[in-house]
Design a protein around this ligand. Structure first.
Ligand code: NAD
Length: 502
């Protein structure tokens, strides 16, 4: 194996070192703003996954036995190192996925909180159970699951990875990560952070590669004890089968088609500002993108006019430039998808109120840019209203009554996020409770916190990230039952032993 200097090339990160794939295969990483190759990493196969699993198994024998406080110390150090190195991570994330600097800097500034939060959980989270009769003491232990497999997408490379590795690590598991083939660099760079923080070798391993090869080798590996995926719903179904065959727990954070529900007491300017934020942040490439604006008919026309005007004013540009408001889509494939859906929308009879095309100009000719797009005359059953496009496209659908608004917000196969906009407190809660989604914001959108459970209803997923529930999902309970009695223990004697066993 050749050991790389990580600043020049990043193969894969296994057992605390950057190494090449066993077969020497590599994977290029492209900058979506101009198509240039910005990095070359390993393209791992089943042999590499096996090496990573073995490293994680060796590490588990000691890491799984550390105390919560010991793990918390290392995780807090990792949070501090990450804070120090944030500018470097921000810049790399921008180059990998094209998201603009103002957004990437804001998002990454919060990532260290996940290590601090779950470190604190590891230090403090305890369980007790009530005494068990007069003769038995019962206590429970939360024990780590073992070697876990993480499969992550490209849209928030470090944030989503951190949502998985922080609780897994805090609970004493070791891990093998298969990051997205589009954005593997920052997940690899995190290896350096953990090394400096004193995390033992083998606890955190990263094997880059493609889904149907490297991802399949990881998710079908017989000694992986849990799988945690963030990705599309189709990928979730494929991996669920692997988890089912191996009888292991599976957390799945999948696709979405989030609505913003705008009641008529929301001022038009606020409605428009909220929609621009919910729909176009990250060039629309987020699982909770406000891709459906469900708006009261009385304000519909004014909102559409102002939304289209403001969408046209959004500044596209070089994502590294702090003045840029919208970067390119993260890959050619993603822009092709957006263009395909815009054509589908027009064929279905929807009307373009803004965008619907690439921006003009030489500055955009080599990147995967697309203008913020607003569709009106949309029916709920149209494909552009039902399917995840994952780009800067929002469809506008009017409603007349509260019941109709709820039915529209619930009227897709997804159930990840919804935002409800009104000043009427009773209505806000009533509608929130009627929404079949894992996350409901009232007068906000996109907000996330390490303590706030995150996950989907319906086709948007299984299990939860964030909060105590995520930590618990990375443990299994061991119930220790202690007999406190000195009575004779002979079930089959005529007079001895206790005759109660359940
Ligand atoms: P994707 O499903 O194409 O890929 C996700 C990961 O799965 C990648 O690492 C990929 O290589 C891997 N993969 C693909 N096929 C596989 C297979 N057969 N076996 C094993 N691994 C496989 O998703 P993407 O395009 O990277 O990300 C976008 C999707 O992620 C969207 O649907 C979005 O809604 C979803 N997402 C969900 C959340 C959430 O919190 N629910 C957050 C972000 C993104």
């Amino acid at each position: 194996m050749t050991i790389h200097q990580p600043q020049f090339a990043r193969g894969m990160f296994v057992d605390g070192d950057y190494v090449d794939a066993a077969a020497g295969k590599t994977l290029p990483v492209e900058n979506p703003k101009n198509g240039e190759i910005i990095g070359v990493v390993a393209d791992g196969d089943a042999t590499d996954i096996e090496a990573a699993v073995q490293a994680a198994e060796r590490a588990f024998t000691t890491w799984g036995d550390t105390t919560g406080a010991e793990r918390a110390d290392i995780m807090e150090r990792a949070a501090q190192i990450l804070r120090r190195r944030l500018p470097e991570f921000v810049s790399l994330e921008i180059d990998q996925i094209g998201r603009c600097r103002r957004e990437m800097a804001a998002q990454l500034s919060r990532v260290p909180e996940w290590f601090s939060y779950f470190g604190a959980v590891a230090r403090t989270h305890e369980d007790t159970v009530p005494p068990f009769g007069r003769t038995h003491l019962n206590y429970t232990r939360r024990v780590p699951i073992g070697v876990v497999g993480h499969v992550t997408p490209w849209n928030h490379p470090i944030l989503i990875l951190t949502k998985k590795i922080a609780p897994a690590m805090a609970a004493g598991n070791t891990m093998v990560v298969k990051p997205s083939e589009i954005a593997p660099i920052t997940p690899l760079m995190l290896g350096e952070v953990f090394k400096e923080a004193g995390l033992p070798n083998g606890v955190y391993n990263v094997v880059p590669g493609y889904g149907p090869t490297t991802g399949l080798a990881l998710t079908s590996h017989p000694r992986i004890r849990k799988i945690d995926l963030t990705g599309g719903t189709a990928t979730g179904r494929v991996i669920a089968e692997m988890a089912g065959k191996n009888l292991i727990p599976f957390t799945a954070e999948l696709g979405g088609k989030a609505s913003l529900v705008m009641f008529p007491d929301t001022p038009v300017e606020r409605c428009v500002a909220a929609t621009l934020f919910a729909s176009f942040v990250a060039t629309g490439q987020t699982c909770v993108q406000g891709s459906r604006l469900v708006v009261h008919r009385s304000i519909h026309d004014r909102v559409v006019a102002e939304l289209s005007r403001r969408a046209d004013l959004i500044r596209l540009g070089d994502p590294q430039d702090p003045a840029t408001q919208l970067g390119p889509l993260s890959s050619k494939r993603q822009r092709d998808t957006v263009e395909r859906y815009v054509k589908i929308g027009l064929d279905e009879g929807a009307t373009l109120a803004a965008g619907g095309k690439r921006p003009d100009g030489e500055a955009f000719s080599r990147g995967y840019y697309y203008r913020p797009t607003v569709f009106t005359d949309v029916k709920n059953e149209m494909r552009i209203a039902q399917e995840e496009i994952f780009g800067p496209v929002v469809v506008v659908i009017p409603f007349d009554t509260e019941e109709e608004a709820i039915a529209l917000a619930n009227g897709t196969e997804f159930g990840l996020g919804t935002s409800v906009w009104t000043k009427d407190v009773a209505r806000a809660h009533r509608v929130a409770h009627a929404i079949r989604a894992g996350i409901v914001w009232i007068n906000d959108h996109h907000r996330i916190d390490p303590a706030s459970p995150w996950g989907g209803f319906k086709m948007s997923g299984l299990g939860r990230e964030n909060g105590l529930i995520a930590y618990d999902e990375y443990t299994q309970i061991q119930s220790v039952i202690v007999n406190l009695s000195d009575a004779a223990f002979d079930w089959y004697s005529d007079d001895g032993g206790e005759k109660r066993y359940s």
